[in-house]
Ligand binder design. Structure first.
Ligand SMILES: NC(=O)c1ccc[n+]([C@@H]2O[C@H](COP(=O)([O-])OP(=O)(O)OC[C@H]3O[C@@H](n4cnc5c(N)ncnc54)[C@H](O)[C@@H]3O)[C@@H](O)[C@H]2O)c1
Length: 664
């Protein structure tokens, strides 16, 4: 199913922007509007936008003419849709109007054309119900302004055909957008649905006279949000917010109708930017926000918990997969993190407590914890592992394209024959380290601790990198939380030096920041000449916080450690070998093979009891005075004297055979 010719119905704010995006991607597009003056305005806005791009050097003079040349304007719907492969309707958000427009489109377009609605909230199934071929109708929700916002939600109705969905999804990529899959038709889809309970919360705050808009906005900005919620609602239009809440009250939960405070603004014509005033007075496109102290009636966790709760409900209902929700909120709300990564940094218990309190405080069940949070299954749900009653089949979702995590983020592979275990990082393309990776690593190391079949552990990364570092987009609720994350990383990485087995870090590709720290806690490091190593933390306003600031100087001495940490300089495996950080250097193509060979050799050659004792003597000894260290060494010798491994080692040596150590 090829999409080449596109028609956009409705040349307003969204319609003209969508036509611009489509034409910029090289597709011919017809822009239709029932009102000629709207078409004229759209043409002016389109040209002004392209002029701006031309001036800033984003497009050439030739490209400008080509883009304009591909757009034709029409006020005849039947003609406009006749040859289209894809028709996108962007008429006002009035259900009856949309139903009749979609009916008209499907009556006039080709039988095999795809018909998409840019509705913000209305269920596609409701709109498609009256179409001639509902299976060819779906949602294609752009964000404002379409030229800038990368996100589109591709929405399946109860009846949308899979090939229609797939073709539209692929087309969205061709026009330079990042599509997410909305697999089940829900009011508000993903991003607006996650916003819905927040709108209610902000309405209730004013309704109960708990704070002024400027105080809440000052608070939101103090927490790093790009725009305060009331400024944003003014920008979007208070009428839009009111209509959305009314629609959610009808379709999702009648408690969305609980707060009517915003309706008063709407009734008095205060709609925000478009009417010149709303919560604030607007001048030259900017809100005049009175100076205010940040409100203290809520904290960031309240807002984020409400978002997480709605995200969990969406997953439970099978509307979208966690990875798509994360991308949707990040791109749709211009945030550095979405609700899934925020939830990863919090416990089920704290979110549940927050939501229960909010639900009681505002007397609404909308904030009450979702089923999975109520039953302590937050982790399973956000990792996509929980069986939700209506969750879409994996084959249907294709979520793997975005999936930053599939299965466990660290895989354990143990081989009793070779006595070598592999811990393989498998989290995102660059094996970024987050709290889930740490938890998984800790679990495996604890399981391996008394595993007498395993003598050597190789830490490896799936793909081309060991690890490019910590996942910086992970959310932390405050300094204590961030500090705790550092403590957890230190504790887990340290296990690699304490575990009574030889640990080998296979440093390849990017081995940066947290990935570099992971490797320096191992006993032995191997690399390729090309491995890229370094501590970029100080260039980001951080310090190596998983033991790197302490351990590197133990390995390399203070001078080298200070240089590498204070310059943030990247260096290669060859240099790492020269300064003794890396013990063996292997060709890139043979890295895994040679590392395994080394591991297998040490696994039979080195007596496990000796490895365990030697590690203690080296690492603990480096923290004590020479006398104590030497005393510890002689005690260790005494302990080794009675072991089976010592007897076996000596008799194998005398008999010129391979020893068979038991670790006793
Ligand atoms: N504005 C936003 O921020 C935004 C963001 C995402 C999605 N949307 C959705 O996009 C759609 C359009 O919103 P908008 O903000 O562009 O609205 P708009 O009012 O700016 O534009 C709507 C256009 O549709 C035209 N129109 C009305 N009836 C028509 C008909 N029968 N046939 C052809 N044209 C007709 C109007 O003349 C107008 O030009 C809505 O569904 C809205 O919810 C809006």
């Amino acid at each position: 199913m090829q999409i080449n010719r596109v028609t956009v119905i409705g040349a307003g704010i969204m319609g003209h922007g969508i036509a611009e995006v489509v034409s910029m991607a090289g597709f011919p597009v017809v822009l239709e509007d029932a009102f000629p003056e709207a078409l004229k305005k759209a043409e002016g806005s389109l040209k002004a936008s392209l002029e701006r791009m031309k001036k800033s050097g984003k497009i050439s003079d030739a490209a400008y003419s080509e883009i304009i040349g591909r757009i034709s304007f029409s006020s005849n719907m039947a003609e406009a849709v006749r040859d289209a492969d894809l028709v996108i309707e962007a008429v006002p958000e009035i259900p009856d109007l949309k139903v009749s427009v979609i009916k008209d489109i499907t009556a006039n377009c080709r039988a095999d054309a795809i018909v998409a609605s840019n509705t913000s909230n209305i269920r596609i199934s409701t709109l498609a119900g009256h179409a001639q071929s509902p299976e060819r109708v779906l949602g294609l929700h752009f964000f404002n302004p379409p030229v800038i916002m990368k996100l589109v939600e591709v929405i399946k109705s109860d009846r949308t055909a899979q090939d229609v969905f797939d073709a539209t999804y692929e087309f969205s990529k061709k026009i330079g957008k990042t599509p997410i899959k909305v697999l089940k038709d829900s009011p508000g889809f993903v991003v607006n649905r996650i916003n819905a309970p927040e709108s209610l919360l902000f309405c209730l705050l004013l309704d109960r006279n708990m704070a002024k808009p400027e105080e809440i906005d000052a608070f939101a900005k103090s927490q790093g949000l790009p725009m305060g919620p009331y400024e944003l609602m003014d920008y979007v239009g208070i009428d839009t917010v009111v209509h959305s809440l009314e629609y959610y009250a009808d379709t999702l939960d009648k408690e969305y109708g609980k707060c009517t405070y915003f309706n008063r603004f709407m009734k008095s014509g205060k709609l925000g930017l478009k009417s010149g005033s709303g919560f604030y007075v607007w001048e030259n496109g900017h809100a005049k926000i009175p100076e205010a102290k940040p409100a203290n009636v809520l904290d960031l966790m309240d807002i984020l918990s409400v978002e997480i709760n709605e995200a969990v409900k969406i997953i439970e209902e099978g509307v979208a997969q966690p990875a798509d929700i994360e991308i949707g909120v990040k791109l749709g709300m211009n945030r550095p993190f979405g609700p899934i990564s925020v939830a990863e940094g919090l416990t089920n218990a704290e979110i549940k407590k927050k939501l229960t309190t909010l639900s009681q405080k505002f007397d609404t069940k909308i904030f009450y914890p979702a089923k999975s949070i109520e039953s302590g299954k937050l982790r399973e749900v956000i990792s996509g592992k929980a069986k939700t009653p209506e969750a879409p089949k994996a084959a249907e979702t294709h979520a793997a394209e975005h999936t930053e995590q599939s299965g466990e983020p660290v895989r354990l592979e143990r081989n009793e024959k070779t006595r070598v275990a592999h811990l393989i990082l498998n989290n995102t393309k660059n094996n970024l380290i987050n709290s889930e990776v740490l938890a998984s690593l800790e679990k495996h190391l604890k399981n391996l601790w008394n595993d007498h079949e395993i003598n050597v552990i190789i830490v490896r990364g799936e793909g081309n990198n060991l690890s490019a570092g910590a996942q910086l987009t992970q959310f932390f609720s405050g300094p204590m939380d961030f500090s705790e994350n550092s403590r957890v990383g230190e504790r887990v990485f340290r296990l690699l030096s304490e575990i009574p087995k030889i640990t080998i870090a296979e440093m390849k590709g990017f081995t940066l920041g947290g990935g570099f720290e992971l490797s320096i806690w191992c006993d032995i490091r191997v690399a390729t000449p090309e491995t890229t190593i370094g501590f970029p933390e100080t260039t980001l306003g951080l310090v190596p916080g998983w033991g790197g600031s302490q351990r590197l100087s133990k390995l390399l001495g203070m001078s080298r450690a200070a240089y590498l940490i204070l310059t943030g300089e990247r260096f290669d495996g060859k240099y790492a070998h020269e300064i003794g950080l890396v013990s063996r250097i292997f060709d890139k193509e043979k890295l895994a093979e040679e590392t395994d060979r080394l591991g297998e050799e040490l696994a039979w050659k080195i007596a496990p009891v000796s490895a365990a004792m030697a590690k203690k003597l080296i690492y603990k000894g480096s923290e004590m005075g020479a006398d104590d260290g030497l005393e510890m060494e002689s005690v260790a010798m005494g302990l080794l004297y009675g072991t089976d491994d010592l007897k076996e080692g000596i008799s194998a040596f005398l008999q010129k055979r391979k020893p068979e150590y038991k670790g006793r």
